[in-house]
Design a protein around this ligand. Structure first.
Ligand code: NAD
Length: 368
């Protein structure tokens, strides 16, 4: 294993000189430097496929540790207990998890369940006095998101959304360049987010559990990406839906939506969200003095990209490892990522999703 110095030397100068706001020690999550500060004790709720990925990534965290689970499936609890050495007293089901309130071995609950369950589960966790990390989309509309924000605020707990790209080194570098004005006046963003979805019986194609279709699940990356790449909030949206398979994609479950957003500076974004095309994970940012192109742009990585200055060479570190160490640093030390990932940030995306669905329905431009 190399020393921290070795690791530092592998990083490009531009990464090291990130603004103070973002503490680049986040990038050292996977390095071998000793850490003796506080450890964020995390319970995961919902032991599905993404939860497995997060738990595995947390094995390399320095500031966060998996200490508990919440699941409705007793056999999964047994499996996770064995795998991660979780004591029985830190295991809960969906009926009794309010008792987490009395458990000092859990600081935060990471909600990784179907979207339609996020709101009620987040509210219950907040009322039990624990911080919440909630997966994207934070809920199924902006009203739910706002209720989650208000409840967490009243309970004096943090609400963070699982926007792992906000800690991803190449993404962070492009945002740093944008903030430093290196692209000049920004004109255009293009985001393409999609994959071909399989099993028609899965919760992602169930309106009640998913809240919608591709837009909730994958299109949200282009929405969030447009906002962090351009550094502005949209003031209008237009959107058009196409559906080639109305049996698989029932009423209220979107298959493909193209949408456009306008920003106060005059910049525009053109995006595609779909459950019916493969190899679709691309961002393009265009400014008067330069550009950034990322493909893949939001997958689990390695992210690849280049700007007018050349290839992006920041290291690939498992996104969820950086995210969980970064969130621990945010909770314990107040160190913010380069762009926020709190509940308010989640609500901004939900408002845009609401507006896109309205624009599809009415065929009209929707002002935000
Ligand atoms: P999944 O289907 O693999 O897992 C969902 C889990 O929730 C399962 O363990 C299931 O048993 C449990 N669950 C509890 N109540 C349920 C109910 N009523 N119906 C169905 N399942 C129920 O899904 P996933 O891919 O792990 O996605 C979970 C969440 O994580 C979603 O919100 C998704 O958007 C998000 N996610 C985020 C990323 C990311 O990169 N940030 C990636 C994948 C998924």
């Amino acid at each position: 294993m190399g020393s921290r110095r070795d690791f530092l030397e592998k990083l490009t100068v531009s990464t090291i000189s990130l603004p103070l706001l973002y503490n680049p020690t986040n990038l050292f999550a996977a390095s071998d430097e000793a850490y003796d500060g506080p450890i964020l004790k995390v319970a995961i709720m919902g032991l599905g496929s993404y939860a497995r990925r997060v738990a595995k990534a947390m094995e390399s965290c320095k500031r966060a540790k998996l200490t508990g689970v919440i699941s409705g499936t007793p056999s999964k609890i047994v499996e996770w207990r064995t795998k991660y050495g979780i004591p029985e007293k830190n295991c809960y089901n969906y009926d009794n998890f309010d008792r987490i309130k009395e458990n000092p071995d859990i600081d935060v609950v990471y909600v990784i369940t179907p979207n339609g369950l996020h709101k009620d589960q987040t509210i219950r966790v907040a009322k039990a006095g624990k911080h919440v990390i909630c997966e994207k989309p934070m809920g199924i509309n902006a009203q739910e998101g706002q209720e989650m924000v208000d409840t967490c605020k009243a309970a004096n707990v943090k609400l963070l959304i699982g926007y792992r790209m906000h800690y991803e080194p190449k993404t962070v570098e492009v945002i740093r360049m944008r903030k430093a004005g290196e692209f000049g006046k920004l004109k255009f963003f293009q985001g393409q987010s999609g994959f071909t979805i399989g099993d028609p019986t899965q919760w992602r194609l169930n309106k009640k559990l998913a809240g919608g279709g591709a837009m909730m699940d994958i299109g949200i990356y282009s929405i969030n990406g447009a906002r962090y790449m351009l550094g502005e909030e949209p003031i209008w949206v237009t959107a058009q839906e196409t559906k080639t398979d109305p049996v698989k994609f029932k009423e209220g479950v979107d298959e493909t939506i193209q949408f456009q957003m306008g920003f106060p500076s005059g910049a525009v974004a053109s995006c595609l969200s779909t459950y019916a095309m493969s190899h679709l994970d691309r961002f393009f940012l265009n400014g008067e003095d330069g550009f950034a192109e990322m493909q893949p742009s939001t997958g689990y990585g390695p992210i690849k990209g280049r700007t007018h200055k050349g290839e992006l060479k920041q290291p690939h570190i498992t996104h969820q490892t950086l995210q969980m160490d970064g969130m621990a640093q945010l909770i314990f030390e107040g160190v913010e990522p380069i762009v926020p990932l709190d509940g308010e940030e989640g609500v901004k995306d939900m408002k845009i999703i609401d507006a896109i669905y309205l624009a599809v329905k009415t065929g009209k431009r929707v002002d935000l």
